[in-house]
Ligand binder design. Structure first.
Ligand SMILES: *Cc1c(COP(=O)(O)O)cnc(C)c1O
Length: 421
């Protein structure tokens, strides 16, 4: 049996209907923006392996730092103990976040970073003796797959089997010029019950790279702040340069109370999660009463190897060459969008920083629409490009080290798809 066949005998894949799925492509090696299969076929990873990879695959500097850490200290319990990587990473990250972020809580992935944020907010009010138990979120939001994270995500096909078990959340529309005032009134109306507002800043990734304006986010954040509603900024996807600036919240003035990170945190090397918060939130848990403790923790909290990968990734991220690469991708995406925007197959396109999304015109032909995604997916795979359309939406979000030649190749393939599919 080859690797794909052995896989299908024993493995259940994420977000995959195993009955109809094609056999998985066996990847054995990665380098730069590319991964290579068993037969040596090369694929350009134009979606950064589900949005996690920022510096390219198997980066030698991250690999070296991880290897050194593994032979020094692989793991240690994080209740009652600490280690240099956890402290240094918190110090260095807090220094580049909005200056109200004062404490770091580590976990394992994006969903757990969200769970921690929600629990911090709910217990903040509980510890203060105030009845604020409702959470405000955007329609179509995606914050992860654990139950709390699912609850604050939009109700969709992803959640349908569990809807009756998810806690109640107040969902509002994304802000526009037309509705932003009415959203503010909705918030004011609910304010005494609202514990927090959780949002994906500027871009709703899983919803289909849906984007909204920073000035509207600023209006909503400032309004929540005035109304005493805590702000959870979910930077799991947008953190570490995706939107062109280090963090999406750098596009607004109002500072969030809590921030969540994962995906790019380790540069895409391994699972890790981080939730940061203000001194004010942290202080609400300080007490002689043990019941006010944040009773949350994971076996691998602050894993030293994950901290080492994150510190190495941060070194690379703060290198001026990386910011130049980000600026280059932003400019090249803009130029490409300009070139294809009037193509008859482009219904609409949008860009925030290094993320470029294009919606394919589908007319009213829904049967065509249903297999368009698979057609596009395989068209690009054949050309050695990993693009995973969300329905009829194609998006490119490459590792920042992508070369001009690789970008040219991807853009040319998209133009060819526009003309032939
Ligand atoms: C991916 C994602 C999550 C969940 O992270 P996982 O590590 O997949 O659990 C949460 N929020 C946003 C905005 C995401 O894109």
């Amino acid at each position: 049996m080859n690797l794909s066949e052995r896989d299908l005998a024993v493995i259940w894949h994420p977000y995959t209907q195993m009955k109809t799925a094609q056999p998985p492509i066996p990847i054995v090696r990665g380098e730069g923006t590319c991964v290579f299969d068993e037969d040596g076929k090369k694929y350009i990873d134009a979606v950064s392996s589900w949005w996690v990879n920022i510096h390219g695959h198997s980066h030698p500097y991250i690999a070296q730092k991880v290897a050194e850490q593994l032979t020094r200290l692989e793991h240690v319990i994080f209740a009652g103990f600490t280690h240099p990587g956890a402290v240094e990473l918190a110090e260095r990250l807090l220094a580049i976040l909005p200056d109200n972020q004062k404490k770091a809580f580590y976990s394992d992935n994006g969903s757990t970073a969200i769970e921690v944020a929600i629990k911090m907010c709910l217990q903040y009010w509980h510890n203060k003796g105030e009845q604020r138990t409702k959470i405000l979120a955007f329609k179509n939001a995606y914050h992860g797959d654990t139950f709390g994270a699912m609850s604050v995500s939009g109700r969709s096909a992803f959640t349908a089997a569990f809807d009756s078990l998810l806690f109640e959340v107040e969902f509002i529309d994304l802000p526009t010029d037309d509705n932003v005032d009415s959203l503010k009134s909705q918030i004011s109306h609910l304010k005494s019950q609202l514990a927090c507002f959780i949002f994906e800043p500027l871009v709703q990734g899983s919803a289909g790279m849906i984007m909204y304006e920073a000035r509207h986010l600023e209006t909503l954040m400032a309004h929540c702040k005035r109304e005493g509603v805590l702000l959870i900024d979910d930077e799991v996807f947008t953190g570490f340069g995706r939107t062109g600036k280090p963090f999406a919240c750098n596009h607004v003035q109002t500072q969030p109370d809590i921030m969540c990170f994962s995906k790019g945190l380790t540069g895409g090397t391994m699972a890790f999660g981080l939730t940061t918060c203000t001194q004010e939130i942290y202080n609400a848990f300080l007490s002689d009463d043990k019941m006010k403790t944040l009773f949350h923790g994971h076996s691998y909290t602050a894993n030293p190897v994950a901290c080492a990968a994150s510190l190495a990734s941060l070194d690379l991220f703060l290198d001026t060459a990386t910011q130049q690469n980000i600026d280059k991708i932003v400019a090249r995406h803009e130029a490409f969008a300009e070139k294809i925007k009037d193509h008859k197959r482009i219904a609409t396109y949008r860009q925030t920083g290094t993320i470029l999304a294009m919606e394919w015109e589908t007319g009213n032909n829904t049967s065509y629409f249903s297999n368009l995604r698979d057609k596009l997916y395989h068209f690009f795979l054949d050309k050695g490009i990993i693009l995973r359309p969300l329905g009829n939406i194609i998006y490119i979000l490459p590792p920042y080290c992508i070369t001009d030649a690789e970008l040219d190749y991807i853009y040319a393939a998209i133009e060819q798809a526009l003309d032939t599919i």
